[in-house]
Design a binder for this molecule. Structure first.
Ligand SMILES: [Ca+2]
Length: 350
């Protein structure tokens, strides 16, 4: 009986001990679970911070992008404005040229009227005995105003009726102008036929025509070449004799002695040389000089001057080998602003 009670008590004690132990363990486990949950929460908080930081960075980048695209837009607007400005300038220059040409022709009209008045006076006062060959004959008949005159056909020189521009002022006057470059709107890259008969505007840029020059220079003549650069400097080259061969001789150039202040005599190289045009290569070169220098001229191989070259305006006049050049003054790539070639008889006295 005592043994049974003692056993029962022992069992009860063991039971109590086991349940106490398991309770403690379950508490410990519970405590452990709680610790793991805290770590996760911490992690979550720090992740939110990263996200915030990223968001700030994104916002920064977005604002930089906006700034950049705004800047690009401003740059683009600036470019468009500059293009518009340039177009405006171009139009201004164009309208200035038109205006200048208008004034020029108006001036010429006034001179025409003066010439008509002078002509009336002349016919009333002078006897018409001498034949009119050129501007020097007109000068001797007291036509002393520079401008456009009409020469009658002449049997002696074999010339047809011809409109000429007379320079009645330079070095005593009496000059018949055979070439002029000053406005730059007339192309001089022309064919044989056009150079033979002449082209352009007698008040502006023109070539009087090889046939006319040939006939006019059958009387012993002087040639004067006048040059102007883009700084307004003037130079001249004068030849005490000047004539052309006939068409069979390809209007070959014959020059006398040079005087002047145009640096080196840059027409000498072209002496005794046939005339060439884009459709007639008579030069002394393998190259086609007329095509190369874009004019009609007495090309040798090829040029020491190119007075019938391309007209380049101020700003673009210093970089081309086909411009209106006179190597002995401004070199091979400087295109002159103005040129005039004029002739008068050797025996002319004002
Ligand atoms: Ca050739």
């Amino acid at each position: 009986m005592h043994k049974k009670v003692a056993f029962g008590l022992l069992s009860l004690c063991i039971l109590i001990a086991i349940s106490t132990l398991s309770y403690a363990q379950s508490k410990k486990a519970q405590r452990r679970r709680t610790t793991t949950g805290g770590a996760n929460l911490l992690k979550l908080i720090s992740c939110c911070d990263d996200l915030k930081e990223l968001k700030v960075q994104v916002a920064n980048l977005t604002s930089i992008l906006t700034d950049l695209s705004k800047k690009q837009e401003t740059d683009w607007i600036n470019v468009v404005m500059q293009v518009m400005d340039l177009e405006g300038n171009y139009r201004q220059v164009e309208s200035r040229i038109t205006e200048a040409e208008g004034k020029y022709s108006e001036m010429n009209n006034r001179i025409d009227i003066m010439q008509l008045q002078a002509a009336q006076t002349v016919t009333q006062t002078s006897a018409e005995t001498d034949a009119v060959y050129d501007c020097s004959s007109l000068y001797h008949r007291s036509y002393k105003i520079s401008g456009v005159y009409k020469l009658p056909a002449d049997e002696f020189l074999g010339t047809p009726e011809l409109e000429v521009f007379c320079d009645m002022e330079t070095e005593g006057g009496g000059w018949t102008i055979i070439q002029r470059r000053k406005i730059g709107l007339t192309s001089f890259h022309r064919d044989w036929k056009q150079y033979k008969t002449g082209f352009g505007n007698i008040r502006g840029d023109f070539w009087l025509g090889n046939e006319n020059i040939f006939r006019l220079t059958r009387q012993p003549s002087v040639l004067r070449v006048e040059l102007e650069d883009w700084n307004g400097n003037l130079r001249y080259a004068e030849y005490n004799s000047f004539s052309l061969g006939n068409e069979l001789n390809s209007y070959r150039l014959f020059l006398g002695d040079y005087t002047g202040n145009a640096g080196r005599d840059s027409l000498r190289y072209h002496n005794n040389t046939a005339f060439s045009t884009k459709d007639k290569d008579n030069d002394k070169c393998v190259d086609d000089c007329a095509e190369f220098r874009k004019g009609g001229y007495w090309y040798n191989c090829c040029t020491d001057s190119n007075l019938n070259g391309v007209y380049y305006r101020h700003g673009e006049h210093t970089k081309h080998s086909d411009g209106i050049s006179w190597y002995g003054w401004h070199g091979s790539s400087y295109s002159l602003k103005q040129v005039e070639m004029k002739i008068r008889p050797q025996n002319f006295t004002p």
